[in-house]
Design a protein around this ligand. Structure first.
Ligand code: DP6
Length: 322
């Protein structure tokens, strides 16, 4: 039996990934830009065990069945196909991020799994290779492999679609945990529904490609205000796409909206703060590190908050011995 352990952190997109051009290998319709956080890591150990007749997933000490286990099995199938292994594995994961609450547990989860599985099965990959592998598990996981700020190039095939580091101004994110419960509709399903039914989806694709270009130039210029404005606009556009789906779908709650309003008020008061939200009710506020305490004070009456800074990329804590 060989085993390896890896750790990864969630990331929050400033320019979102929302829609696939190829679901089979998880190619996104557009590129995206994110910050990997220094909080809520996921730690995963993969033990390749020839005695197992199927893959086992243990999440926070509890054995999983159904979709989560099947997703892990499909992912390990990719690793087995690449390494010529016929062996199954035991995957033990500890999440410190509230699962499925829109705080990107699938991003940290599949990034950590990619690192641990590649090592346990003896597949030596460079950083773009690990990002491509993580992408197959969950698109946003491609960015959690990268420390700090990452751009995920949409690419045109499996080889060209991966994330890499990009330099950006020094920033913080104040995370407002509006609701920790599991969301009723997964982002994967909501994305599919958006592509198929939202009349705004074509406009989302063209505007997001432009937003990514502008955001990358704002990063290069160190322009926090421009980057922040693009971030909030892009998030609200994504939620507009989602809110135009059939059957109807809405992730933002009255509390989420109240936080967006409070953040706009902060801007009127002279603080450069900008809100974003993934496929869930939680809101994340982008600001300069020096303003994080003021942002936190302004919104902590509305939801539980925690401040994050740019965090590390994928860390293999224990390489498989062979
Ligand atoms: C709203 O990466 O979870 O967080 O590729 O289907 O696993 P799959 O989707 P996932 O979607 C993330 C969507 C988002 C935006 C983002 O992180 O860019």
């Amino acid at each position: 039996m060989t085993h390896a352990t890896a750790r990864a952190h969630p990331n929050i997109a400033l320019v979102k990934y929302w829609g696939k051009r190829d679901a089979a290998v998880n190619l996104p319709a557009t590129g995206s830009l994110s910050m990997t956080l220094d909080i809520f890591p996921t730690t995963t150990t993969v033990t390749v065990d020839p005695a197992l007749d199927r893959d086992v997933l243990v999440l926070g000490g509890a054995a999983q069945d159904g979709v989560p286990r099947e997703r892990v099995e499909r992912f390990l199938d990719i690793v087995r196909a690449a390494t010529g292994s016929g062996h199954h594995a035991r995957v033990e994961t500890e999440n410190t991020v509230p699962s499925a609450a829109g705080l990107a547990s699938s991003a940290s989860g599949f990034a950590a799994l990619a690192g641990a599985a590649a090592s346990a099965y003896g597949w030596t990959l460079d950083l773009p290779g690990l990002s491509r592998l993580a992408r197959r598990g969950s698109g946003s996981a491609s960015r959690s492999v990268i420390p700090g700020f990452a751009v995920w190039h949409a690419g045109h095939d499996d080889a060209s679609s991966f994330a890499e580091a990009v330099s950006a101004p020094d920033l913080a994110m104040v995370v407002a945990m509006v609701d920790r419960r599991e969301k009723p509709v997964s982002s994967r399903e909501a994305m599919r529904r958006s592509v198929l039914t939202s009349p705004f989806y074509p406009a989302w694709i063209t505007s997001t490609a432009q937003s990514l270009e502008s955001a990358l130039s704002a990063c290069a210029d160190g322009d926090v205000d421009r980057l922040g404005r693009i971030t909030e606009t892009n998030a609200l556009r994504m939620h507009a796409v989602i809110q135009a789906c059939d059957p109807p779908l809405r992730y933002l709650t009255p509390t989420s909206v109240a936080i967006f309003d409070r953040v706009a008020q902060l801007r009127d008061e002279g603080i450069a703060a900008f809100a974003t939200a993934d496929a869930g009710p939680n809101v994340v506020v982008l600001c300069r590190p020096d303003d994080a305490a003021a942002v936190d004070a302004a919104i902590s009456g509305l939801a539980e908050t925690v401040t994050a800074r740019p965090g590390p990329g994928l860390q293999v804590l224990e390489e498989a011995a062979r």
